[in-house]
Ligand binder design. Structure first.
Ligand SMILES: Cc1ncc(COP(=O)(O)O)c(C=O)c1O
Length: 456
């Protein structure tokens, strides 16, 4: 059978509300042309993120009812810790409230001013947390990752030649190497296990720890199964165990692949780093057996650590995201290929060639798409990654200016995604009507969450 069906059915539903074009024009104007600042009830289909918005399973809800909310030493944490250890294999398990909290704890605990941190691509919050502690961060993507249509199957790979040269040059300042799996900022592209193994070999040689930002490791492992030689017969969990065995530590948001509405995690082997992180945890997050999470959060996450690696679930997820991408590609919409698992990315500059970088093509497209259809999306491009030098007024634009259609897990049906595809295609057919925007208010960092704009 060719039909892609959801491997679950609904027992609880949440109504969606249609709005008119006139209403949406008003809502987005009132939100300063920032889709982040819209009220969610004014959005029809919300593809702004796949983070913290998953639908929970009956098993997760059932486990949450059986939670232990004791202040310390709770049964819920013990279950969580055992499940994490069995999967990740590291000695220490440190929970926290979300991914950027994990990054903050790690950066505060181990970064010294002048340290150099290397990654395939640092996610925006990772970069900010490291830079706040005085680190110099270096992104080392492979050349193919900069070409939105290169067919390379693992565009999340780190550039091994540049990594080796960079570590050698940084000497004792080389603090750690991070592989973001999958590489969210560059189109949700996976990292191959061959690349992880080679990066580990370099790290071992120079005595530099190798870490993962593992927010989407399950999807990465399923794409390894599909695309990397030697993995077709392996279960996603087996691939994940192999992946983690190559690392010294993992930090991750549990709000993505781990199907949590909240949650973050650090697992690692180094006792000195673990002690330093726990000391920070006590100050800013909570006690070591909770990290600011409720017992019911931990229960829900423990169940999810099994569900997220279910092969039928992952097969559907990859197939349904691919179908969305194929619908866009078939209509000529410039999309990043090969398709990842959590989102489809549209090349903003190619979609809106009439808009210069200053008029923020992908951001303007996101606003136009909302007005056209009620579909909300997220830019990962000029607004999110552009750097502005206030002294000279000069801009440094990122390699890619992308619009991301992120697919929440287990939330929308195929017809919702078909509607979103149709909306993008309709807008593409009248793309010269997309009006450029310019900043009205731009904060010094993480602009996308609070910046406001006006028509250019
Ligand atoms: C790759 C990656 N790392 C870290 C984070 C931050 O996680 P959180 O949103 O839970 O703080 C995100 C969030 O989108 C992400 O995509």
């Amino acid at each position: 059978m060719k039909t892609v069906i959801e491997p679950y059915r609904s027992r609880v539903v949440e109504p969606l509300r249609m709005t008119t074009r006139e209403e949406r024009e008003r809502y987005i104007r009132e939100a300063g042309y920032n889709p982040f600042l819209l009220l969610a009830e004014h959005v029809l289909i919300d593809l702004v993120t796949d983070s913290g918005v998953s639908a929970l399973s009956t098993r997760q809800w059932s486990a949450m009812h059986d939670s232990d909310e004791s202040f310390t030493g709770s049964r819920s944490f013990e279950r969580f810790r055992e499940a994490v250890k069995a999967l990740f294999g590291h000695a220490f398990v440190i929970p926290c409230h979300q991914g950027r909290a994990a990054e903050h704890l790690l950066a505060r605990a181990v970064i010294r001013p002048g340290d150099v941190v290397f990654a395939n691509t640092h996610f925006a919050t990772t970069r900010e947390n490291l830079e706040e502690e005085g680190a110099e961060v270096r992104d080392l993507p492979i050349a193919e990752a900069l070409d939105p249509t290169s067919p390379h199957p693992f565009k999340g790979d780190i550039n091994l030649g540049r990594l080796e040269a960079g570590i050698a040059e940084a000497g004792p300042r080389a603090r750690m190497v991070i592989l973001t799996v999958t590489d969210n900022s560059r189109g949700g592209q996976p990292v191959s296990l061959g690349n992880v193994r080679a990066a580990r070999e370099i790290c071992r040689r120079f005595g530099v720890p190798l870490w993962l930002d593992a927010a989407r490791f399950a999807e990465n492992c399923y794409l390894v199964k599909l695309r990397e030689q030697g993995y077709a017969q392996k279960a996603p969990r087996e691939i994940a165990r192999e992946l983690f065995s190559l690392t010294d530590g993992v930090f991750m948001s549990l709000k993505k692949d781990a199907l949590g509405n909240t949650g973050g995690l650090i697992t690692l082997d180094d006792p000195a780093w673990a002690e330093a992180i726990r000391a920070r945890l006590l100050v800013s997050e909570g006690i070591p057996s909770a990290g600011g999470l409720a017992g019911r959060d931990l229960e829900s996450l423990t169940v999810a650590l099994g569900e997220m690696l279910d092969e039928g679930y992952l097969a559907h997820r990859v197939a349904s995201t691919r179908r969305l991408g194929e619908q866009l590609a078939a209509a000529g919409v410039p999309v990043v290929t090969p398709f990842g698992a959590h989102a489809i990315y549209v090349n903003g500059r190619a979609f809106c060639p009439h808009l210069p970088n200053e008029q923020l093509p992908a951001w303007s497209l996101s606003v136009a798409l909302y007005v056209h259809s009620g579909v909300r999306t997220w830019e990962t491009g000029n607004v999110m990654q552009g750097r502005h030098d206030p002294a000279t007024g000069a801009w440094q634009w990122p390699d890619l200016d992308l619009l991301r259609l992120a697919v929440p897990r287990r939330v929308y049906s195929q017809s919702h995604l078909d509607y979103a595809a149709e909306a993008v295609v309709e807008l593409f057919q009248q793309r010269s009507s997309v009006r450029g925007l310019r900043f009205v208010y731009r904060p010094a960092s993480l602009a996308q969450f609070v910046a406001t704009f006006e028509p250019a």
